[in-house]
Design a binder for this molecule. Structure first.
Ligand code: HEM
Length: 294
């Protein structure tokens, strides 16, 4: 089973990464452009996802893939920004990432054009730029596979994964003005020792997102990484799932749609993109795109 998912999904986040988003430039060339894809993606250092716009352009269907739901809440909006292709380039050297992304761009032209590119990095041992450890409650080992990878559905889908990607922009000035207790109550964990605060407010992020509190339980495999460019900084939130259901349940509760209590995170950070992709499985170390007719 595990041999056929893109292993980079399960691996730890790398020291540096680059996320590329492509849009379709020429519908007539999309089929030809797809043949380059398998050469470009090893699934280990380059993880790739395919969006609904591309699936539809190929007149195909990937069961479980749809478009990211836009929504809103008190004082914030969650946008949906669909795209055709998503790449997560993992590495240790920013220069290499630049050259690898240029090579991908060249190979995918003229069918696709790069619509968004962001450089990301690991902060300390895996912290968010707010100063809190990120990923503590991620499922591990077999539990991670069970949360993130499609199994037992059928050939050509087994080994695949559904990923949700959002670019969040932090207002670090605002966050830094909060007292340490206010910051801790925003996240629901103590910055000092990463301990969960049992009596944290209901709007604290980990209270909203507690995976076991959902019915059914909503486990996702988060592989988010901080980003910074110019004056801007934040988190590229990346969550893999065996479907989009768990992510969607958590996000809905975060907006306050269920009980009017929006996640306290929104006070200092907001998403400016939101997309869903299907990450194809590997067959003999190459992307298995049979479901799309390749
Ligand atoms: C900028 C945005 C976000 C930041 C800074 C952030 C940060 C954090 C931090 C610091 C934790 C605690 C440690 C951990 O268990 O990882 C956490 C937990 C978690 N977050 Fe987020 N998060 C963000 C967005 C989201 C979104 C959009 C979702 C899903 C829709 C989400 C889902 C979760 C889950 C499932 C947990 C673990 C909860 C549990 O079971 O205890 N996060 N996040």
């Amino acid at each position: 089973m595990m041999e056929c998912c893109q292993p980079g999904i399960l691996d730890e986040v790398p020291p540096v990464a680059r996320y590329l988003t492509f849009a379709i430039k020429n519908n007539n060339l999309v089929k030809a452009g797809m043949s380059a894809l398998s050469d470009l993606v090893d699934g280990v250092y380059t993880v790739c996802g395919i969006g609904q716009t591309l699936v539809l352009a190929l007149s195909k269907k990937v069961p479980g893939l749809g478009s990211f739901p836009a929504s809103d809440g008190a004082g914030f909006a969650i946008p949906s920004t669909p795209a055709a292709l998503w790449f997560w380039l993992k590495g240790t050297d920013r220069g290499d990432l630049l050259h690898r992304s240029r090579a991908i761009e060249r190979r995918l032209a003229p069918a696709f054009h790069l619509s968004h590119c962001v450089d990301a990095f690991k902060y300390k041992t895996g912290f968010d730029l707010s100063g809190y450890e990120d990923g503590t409650e991620n499922p591990q080992g077999q539990a991670a596979v069970d949360a993130a990878i499609v199994q037992g559905i059928g050939v050509d889908l087994d080994g695949s994964s559904f990923v949700a990607v959002q670019l969040w922009v932090h207002d670090l000035d605002l966050f830094e003005q909060l007292s340490e207790t206010e910051q801790d109550n925003t996240i629901g964990r103590r910055k000092r020792d990463n301990q969960e605060i049992e009596n944290a407010p209901l709007c604290a992020h980990v209270k909203r997102a507690a995976q076991e509190s959902f019915q059914p339980e909503a486990f996702i495999l988060r592989r988010s990484m901080p980003w910074a460019a110019g004056q801007g900084a934040g988190l590229v939130f990346v969550a893999f799932g065996k479907s989009h259901a768990a992510f969607e349940s958590i996000l809905t509760r975060m907006t306050g749609a269920e009980d009017g209590k929006a996640d306290a995170l929104f006070k200092f950070t907001q998403p400016i993109t939101g997309s869903y992709y299907w990450c194809p499985p590997l067959l003999n170390n190459r992307l298995n795109l049979s479901i799309l007719g390749f």
